[in-house]
Design a protein around this ligand. Structure first.
Ligand code: SF4
Ligand code: SF4
Length: 670
């Protein structure tokens, strides 16, 4: 075509792109933390499933298909772009790196595939333009940037078709009569419109198509690092380097005592403290809003929006890019504290750590770790949190329970029941970790009582720690008080290890998650079983048989810490379905899309952040819509939140029962 112009274009465009990428690359390394690249095989498998397979987009039918068309189209058309760049340096209009030359077998085949993908990508672009300009979903950022990028893609592809069509007609004049090519169907479609054009016009259109295409590709490339379309480059690495630890697990602050001595910041205060992976998350957000769409805080009108949180952090990072790079890790450089300058305090404290956002994000962007890290700084360095949370921390320190109930009262729930203490029992198969709510909260006590009776009926060798048990520290940890959490975890692990504990049974998904996933970081490694799984197992072994009818229609509410964060959906449903007389119905929002009750992340022990509605009320309404007369759950926190909602709304006709309570009714008839 024109080697000089092509070379100038490439040098200018790639030079500018290189400068942009260099800046973004440096930002990734500000914290000095290394990216996740362990467990390579598992990472490849997940990348295949979620990046190439686009698994998380299958729920969004048309948008998902349109995205797939564009994604795979881009992969397929990359070769075409490289071929056109090369043709800029040669006069051979058929050049295709000697393998994909037009007219050769592979070149012809690729020409056909390319045209099919051009059609698919154009269809995808039209669908997205329809979404942006006509449907306008609330969740999406409907900026002009999105439309501009789609328009560039559209014109870029049409320009290629024009180049191909004009080329075919020019070639046919040379070869006297050769017209349509089944290997270049899109270009062939233009032949009837172009064949009567004079040679000069054809040559002009041929060059116009070519140069428009290559120039737009280079403009597009340079827009990427400055727009949300940066995900075109970062999505696959972000999915590949995602966190592989269990969904409900938080990372510890390592060597917390040493850090305090060295006066190092606990938690995250400034943008440059975020890790390589966190910053790659910021680059990767497409602003699709799927996270916020599922967030219970956002859905009930709170200030929190996980999408906005990510975008605000990203924009703050970009706005300070040159200062951050110059400072190169110098923490005395003038960079704002993130809260409240960038992230609103109210938004930060509205998160229930339910994980709905993380499960939804097609780019596997994480939020809870960032939110907790920001809370850690506020709580531990500035002593800033609500007075009720402060009181909760004090209660945990003084009594070992967020409810402020001392160890001497921790066995009150067991009065009149045959409950063996671990300190007095040698032959124990499983330790029942009762948890603070079932041990001390008036409503939740009956869950522990039902469980104790079921264990005795099944003939299990079990015991409890009784006064030696204290809170796992989950509430403190998720509310940002890592220091208190680590102190409580250390004490509990000492007790558990002192009894050579192997198996632990819990009725609380929060205890389950903390004991199972977080205690191993501090030397507490146990097999932890949630009571829904354990009861299902006892039933399958014939040790518990539901025989008496419990005539009721039940809707089961999925606890976030049991379902979404630990994948336990089936056992509770299996138990309920096997009870005679029970009709099981599902809420519209259930299983992995089940809505949080509003208790997690320390919310249970603080006042709600301002919003349109309380989360537990919204969730109770969803469950009531099913027409069920009983709401069943498998988490004492969920039970408390839903009971409060039902009582406030005066739904005294609706029963609220834990799975263990329903099963006990059927096993004993009482
Ligand atoms: S974890 Fe739950 S509450 Fe927190 S931002 Fe995500 S969806 Fe919202
Ligand atoms: S964080 Fe993920 S789900 Fe949320 S807007 Fe960005 S890409 Fe979409």
């Amino acid at each position: 075509m024109n080697p000089l112009v092509m070379a100038l274009l490439l040098v200018a465009a790639l030079g500018v792109f290189g400068v942009s990428i260099r800046g973004r690359w440096k930002l990734l390394h500000l914290s000095g933390e290394r990216p996740h690249i362990d467990r390579i095989g598992e990472r490849f498998r997940l990348t295949l499933k979620y990046a190439l397979g686009q698994k998380r987009l299958t729920r969004y039918k048309f948008a998902g298909l349109a995205h797939k068309a564009i994604f795979f189209g881009f992969l397929m058309l990359l070769l075409r772009t490289l071929i056109l760049f090369a043709r800029g340096f040669t006069d051979d209009p058929k050049f295709g790196y000697w393998i994909f030359d037009s007219g050769d077998l592979l070149g012809n085949f690729y020409g056909l595939i390319k045209d099919i993908y051009i059609v698919l990508v154009i269809t995808g672009v039209v669908v997205f333009l329809h979404y942006r300009l006509v449907i306008k979903p609330k969740r999406m950022t409907l900026s002009g940037e999105g439309v501009l990028i789609l328009a560039i893609i559209l014109v870029m592809l049409l320009a290629d078709v024009l180049y191909e069509g004009a080329g075919l007609v020019l070639a046919s004049r040379d070869a006297a009569g050769l017209h349509f090519s089944i290997w270049e169907p899109l270009g062939s479609l233009l032949i009837p419109f172009l064949e009567s054009a004079p040679d000069g016009t054809l040559v002009f259109l041929y060059h116009l198509g070519f140069w428009t295409h290559v120039t737009l590709v280079l403009i597009f490339l340079n827009l990427l690092p400055h727009t949300k379309h940066f995900h075109i480059i970062t999505a696959i690495p972000n999915i590949f380097m995602q966190e592989l630890e269990p969904a409900g697990k938080l990372k510890p602050i390592e060597d917390i005592e040493g850090r305090i001595e060295r006066e190092e910041t606990l938690g995250i205060r400034r943008i440059d403290q975020f890790s390589f992976n966190a910053i790659l998350d910021f680059y990767s957000c497409t602003e699709c809003g799927r996270c916020t769409d599922q967030c219970p805080a956002a859905r009930t009108g709170k200030l929190l929006s996980p999408k906005k949180l990510t975008i605000d952090l990203r924009d703050h990072l970009y706005a300070n890019q040159s200062g951050l790079i110059k400072a190169n890790g110098d923490k005395s450089a003038a960079i704002d504290d993130l809260v409240p300058a960038v992230i609103d305090t109210e938004a930060l404290w509205a998160c229930t750590t339910c994980g709905a956002c993380e499960q939804e994000c097609p780019l596997h962007i994480s939020f809870v770790d960032k939110i907790v890290d920001l809370r850690r700084y506020l709580v531990q360095e500035k002593g800033e949190c609500s007075s009720t949370l402060q009181e909760t921390f004090s209660s945990m320190e003084a009594t070992g329970s967020p409810y402020g109930v001392g160890s001497d009262e921790r066995m009150n729930w067991a009065a009149g029941l045959d409950v063996p203490l671990r300190s007095e029992t040698e032959d124990v198969d499983i330790l029942f970790w009762v948890g603070c709510a079932p041990a001390t909260d008036e409503r939740a006590k009956s869950i522990a009582q039902a469980m104790a009776r079921l264990l005795n009926l099944a003939g299990v060798k079990w015991a409890v720690l009784g006064p030696e048990e204290s809170c796992t520290g989950d509430v403190a940890r998720r509310a940002g008080n890592e220091y208190l959490f680590q102190a409580m975890a250390g004490a509990n692990i000492e007790t558990l290890n002192g009894y050579h504990t192997k198996k632990i049974l819990t009725v609380c998904p929060h205890c389950f998650n903390t004991l199972q996933h977080e205690y191993p970081d501090f030397g507490g490694k146990y097999e932890v079983i949630h009571h829904t799984e354990y009861l299902a197992k006892l039933m399958s072994e014939g040790k518990l048989t539901p025989t008496h009818e419990v005539n009721t229609t039940i809707v089961y509410h999925d606890s976030c810490y049991l379902g979404r964060l630990n994948g336990i959906y089936d056992s509770p449903r299996k138990i309920l379905a096997s009870i005679p007389g029970v009709t099981l119905v599902e809420a519209t929002a259930s299983r992995d899309r089940g809505m949080c009750c509003g208790a997690g992340g320390g919310q249970m022990f603080k006042e709600d952040e301002p919003g349109d509605e309380r989360i537990n009320f919204a969730r109770a309404d969803q469950l009531l819509e099913t027409g069920a007369d009983t709401i069943s759950s498998a988490c004492p926190f969920c039970m408390r939140m839903l009971t409060d909602a039902l009582n406030t709304r005066q739904h005294i006709d609706i029963a609220q029962l834990d799975i263990a309570e329903v099963l006990l009714k059927s096993v004993t008839g009482a």
